[in-house]
Design a protein around this ligand. Structure first.
Ligand SMILES: C[S@@+](CC[C@H](N)C(=O)[O-])C[C@H]1O[C@@H](n2cnc3c(N)ncnc32)[C@H](O)[C@@H]1O
Length: 369
């Protein structure tokens, strides 16, 4: 089995190099190895820059027009829903080996100092997003793409209101985990195709869920969400996007295997989509994903033996390569992590001004103390 797999990766390397480019071929060459990869080698190979000519070639081959065609066709050949469940249903125990121990967030954290651990950084992020959502007891709140219930837990700790918290996910394992651990209403529901009752929700938020939304579905979804929130409600949207309309060459492997069917939108498309849907961006911020990816990588390496027992060599190798490659995509500014707060354009009380006023009042108080 292992020698077959090793022969296979050599045989596939050259056709994949020609058709899909050197970044894609390199990713699978290492990820398919039947030997456990050396983490130092993986990190160095995927994250450091080599010869500028080679780097340039790796970024630009296949050419943009081919990558665009790929981005258009590939998701149509894959089953999006099955792809999501394939990724998130690997095993809850496996994700527990490298995500933070308090929340199990599988999204970018906020590292504020060099001493922050992944636990501190996820707490920082949770506090930041809590401020954006500003949940109040009695408000009906929905997370679309709720993962292992991390932010729902944070909100519950703040409001003490469990009854009005809802989450949708496409992972059976995640619903099982949330049900057993917290007892929130996490439903196995596709948030793209679901019908939303008009003006039923005070707050809807997504932390890293909308990256899975195909471009063609973004606007219809944004329209549904805009009409699902109350006139005074808000939508909080934390997402990463690509900077150019053609997907970066280093993202092709992720689209083929890690997140099958993924079709990232650009920053501009997110802005246009929400505005066309009748929403106004009242907050936007940019965050750095790299320290989170490095922290997950290091923790997975620390837990190598347990990971190998749970998921085997090739999944372990694949995750090492994917976390390192993702770090590089953010380092090269091919991908960008953003947070938006959106309100309906007809909102009775535009919220941004009050938030900023409140924030600057607090800052001023702190300075004047
Ligand atoms: C990157 S995880 C983020 C989870 C969580 N929000 C967090 O911060 O850790 C993305 C989540 O979105 C969910 N998801 C993606 N597309 C979905 C869809 N169409 N319907 C429901 N859930 C979806 C996945 O099942 C997963 O729970």
């Amino acid at each position: 089995m292992s020698s077959f797999s090793n022969i296979r990766r050599y045989v596939l390397y050259f056709p994949e190099f020609l058709l899909c480019g050197p970044s894609y071929a390199r990713f699978f060459f290492f990820a398919r190895s039947s030997e456990v990869l050396d983490p130092k080698f993986v990190w160095k190979t995927f994250t450091s820059s080599g010869n500028p000519l080679v780097e340039n070639f790796m970024r630009n081959y296949p050419p943009g027009v081919v990558r665009k065609l790929w981005a258009f066709l590939y998701p149509k050949l894959q089953d999006r829903v099955a792809g999501i469940s394939k990724h998130y249903d690997i095993s809850n125990d496996f994700y527990q080996l490298f995500l933070d121990r308090k929340y199990m967030f599988y999204t970018c954290a906020d590292f504020l100092t060099n001493q922050d651990t992944i636990e501190t950084a996820q707490e920082n992020k949770a506090n930041y997003i809590l401020g954006l959502i500003d949940p109040q007891p009695g408000e009906k709140i929905l997370e679309i793409g709720c993962g292992w219930g991390s932010m729902l837990k944070k909100i519950f700790n703040f409001t003490g209101d469990r009854e009005n918290l809802y989450g949708y996910t496409l992972s059976v394992e995640q619903t099982r985990f949330i049900d057993q651990t917290y007892g929130f209403s996490a439903q196995l529901k596709d948030f793209i195709t679901t019908e939303y009752e008009p003006e039923a929700w005070d707050k809807i938020f997504s932390i890293g869920g909308m990256e899975h939304v195909p471009r063609a579905d973004l606007l219809p979804l944004a329209r549904k969400l805009a009409s699902a929130i109350k006139p005074s409600g808000r939508l909080v949207h934390h997402f990463f996007c690509q900077m150019t309309s053609a997907p970066p060459a280093k993202l092709l492997a992720a689209g083929a295997d890690i997140f099958p069917g993924i079709e990232l939108a650009t920053w501009q498309q997110h802005v246009d989509t929400f505005e066309q849907a009748g929403l106004r961006i009242v907050h936007h911020s940019v965050h750095d994903y790299r320290p989170t990816l490095k922290a997950w990588f290091d923790r997975l390496v620390e837990n190598k033996e347990a990971a190998l027992k749970l998921v085997g060599v090739q999944t372990y190798n694949k995750y090492l390569c994917y976390l390192a490659e993702a770090w590089r995509l953010f380092d090269d500014r091919d991908l960008l992590l953003m947070r938006f707060v959106l309100q309906r354009q007809d909102a009775p009380n535009p919220w941004a001004s009050s938030l900023y006023a409140e924030k600057s009042r607090r800052n001023l108080q702190a300075v004047c103390k």
